[in-house]
Design a protein around this ligand. Sequence first.
Ligand code: F6P
Length: 319
Amino acid sequence: MKRIGILTSGGDAPGMNAAIRAVTRTALAHGIEVYGINYGFAGLVAGDIFPMTSAEVADKINRGGTFLYSARYPEFAQEEGQLKGIEQLKKFGIDALVVIGGDGSYHGALALTKRGYNAVGLPGTIDNDIPYTDYTIGFDTACMTAADNLDKIRDTATSHQRVFVVNVMGRECGDIAMYAGVASGADAIVIPERSYDIAQIAQGLKQGFANGKKHGLVVVAEGVMNANEFKDELLKYGDFDARATVLGHVQRGGEPTVRDRILATKMGAYAVQLLLNGKGGLAVGIEGNKITHHNILDLFDEKHHGDFSLFELNKDLAK
Ligand code: F6P
């Protein structure tokens, strides 16, 4: 193996740049050339590919987003897209790839491996919804951002003795809601993986005010319901003043936390080692504080298991 390619795909996540840097510097240190591919699989097919130097990744470890840009490119699921991508890999003399992203990116990495180009996937998504990894790159930063915003919302909620219903991201995964919710003292956390009872949540909020609380904070994962709809439902059971906020894409940006930078760095270096050992079709993870890998195929049969003890814990903490 003489030359590897690297791309970021799907929704960007803080720490992707740190991963690109780790892959690039580790590969260069082993005498392997690195080519950057812009705009994910779309850029691979279009041949938007350039040689990366060590200087190219300088001053990037602390930057949010991805300097290789990203794109959602469903066309790569089709044979035609894959063959065009391979033509470009041949043209640029790229022997293997590191792909940073979520589920869609892993499908692309597996397809390339099956066609003879070893590809290793790194879990880059704020959602923390990938199996066989306790944490994904970007999740910690997104939780920090969400918690920071929830704290700010609580200030104004308290001033007006209001209830706020706040949507956080995560697609069908409730991890951001659980972590940011517990960290910011939410009165209720609502996630797709667990049932909920709006009447009971309203009752809890009323009880909170009766006990002397000056605010009510309900964190609702986006996969459950829109915050506005949820607030309207809640108001059918309670006579409090309520507002809804959707945190949205602010959760995807910003400087990665130290935890995300370190995770991205360890995973990036590990991915290069796998490729150096001639391995492909693998997804890197962190399990019990150890960097691990699994066959990408196994990930498709498995679901991410969140730490639902947080959800249970919050029921008592919110009283
Ligand atoms: O997967 C990351 C994520 O931010 C999800 O949390 C969210 O549902 C989705 O992407 C938003 O996608 P888009 O940026 O395409 O609107």
